[in-house]
Design a protein around this ligand. Structure first.
Ligand code: NAD
Length: 257
């Protein structure tokens, strides 16, 4: 597949799934815009090394996805956006009655509203170019709930609703919008939860992985990064031209029950 001449903007892409998606899109010929809220030397070095590795134009644009105007500026500054991967996300775990309001607001903003703002600016660019892909990295938590994850579950369910709506609004055009719903992928967002879970449950790392984190996966296996990035590529391929408004689960069987 070649995305030569196309530009992909991936939000929250200085680590984890976002970075892996950006890499695979650049490897397949796209110019890429990396993003996060930080503006460090490492962020810009990452863009430079990805450009060197893939031979593609790779830029890093700092923009905080918790702020509507910055979400919109990210796409305007990119100048072109044929493939938009809404991926930025954070997590916080607490019972609903103790859930800090600022954490609720941040999760709703970054994990859900950011996708609305970026899509709103990207769609006219896709229409002008005559082709476009919006891919929202939702979660199995967009389809199922877990206790203590009220904001995350609400935001991810919301993203799936947004995905369906955008898909209907673009249904007669060569622009598609779909969601990918991974179960657990071993990225920094998950790594950060392991020490706390080890303490809470008085378990070693391996037992936490198997009996706490992967307990939702009947397979007891993590979803690989490659599975997610290959699904991104598939949704960008001509074979997926008529896949519109759907949520693709990659979750070791979690949502089968
Ligand atoms: P990660 O922590 O490695 O990546 C999150 C990315 O979002 C980082 O690049 C971070 O810099 C960025 N980010 C955070 N706040 C931001 C902000 N205000 N503005 C811009 N960028 C911001 O975690 P990940 O696992 O790669 O998560 C990526 C996406 O995948 C998230 O939406 C997450 O909810 C989703 N997801 C992850 C898993 C998993 O098991 N890892 C499962 C399902 C869904």
């Amino acid at each position: 597949m070649s995305f030569e001449g196309k530009t992909a903007v991936v939000t929250g892409s200085n680590s984890g799934i976002g970075l892996a998606a950006a890499r695979v899109l650049a490897e397949n010929g796209a110019s890429v815009v990396l993003n996060s809220f930080t503006n460090s030397d490492e962020d810009h070095a990452l863009a430079a090394s990805l450009a060197k590795e893939t031979g593609r134009a790779v830029r890093y644009i700092q923009a905080d996805m918790s702020r509507p105007e910055e979400c919109r500026r990210l796409i305007s500054e990119a100048g072109q956006c044929d493939i938009l991967v809404n991926n930025a996300g954070i997590q916080f775990v607490s019972p609903v009655e103790e859930f800090p309001v600022d954490k609720w607001d941040a999760i709703i903003a970054i994990n859900m509203s950011a996708a609305f703002h970026t899509t709103a600016v990207a769609l006219p660019m896709m229409r002008a170019a005559g082709w476009g892909r919006v891919i929202n990295i939702a979660s199995a938590h967009g389809l199922r709930a877990s206790p203590y994850k009220s904001a995350y579950v609400a935001a991810k369910h919301g993203v799936i609703g947004l995905t369906k709506t955008v898909a209907l609004e673009t249904a007669a055009e060569p622009i598609t919008c779909n969601a990918i719903c991974p179960g657990y992928v071993l990225t920094p967002i998950i790594e950060k939860q392991i020490p706390d879970q080890m303490k809470t449950h008085n378990m070693d790392r391996e037992t936490v992985l198997r009996d706490v984190i992967l307990v939702k996966h009947p397979s007891r296996q993590f979803v690989t990064m490659e599975a997610v990035t290959q699904t991104v590529l598939y949704l960008c391929s001509p074979a997926a031209d008529e896949i519109r408004g759907t949520s693709i689960s990659l979750d070791g069987g979690w949502t089968a029950s």
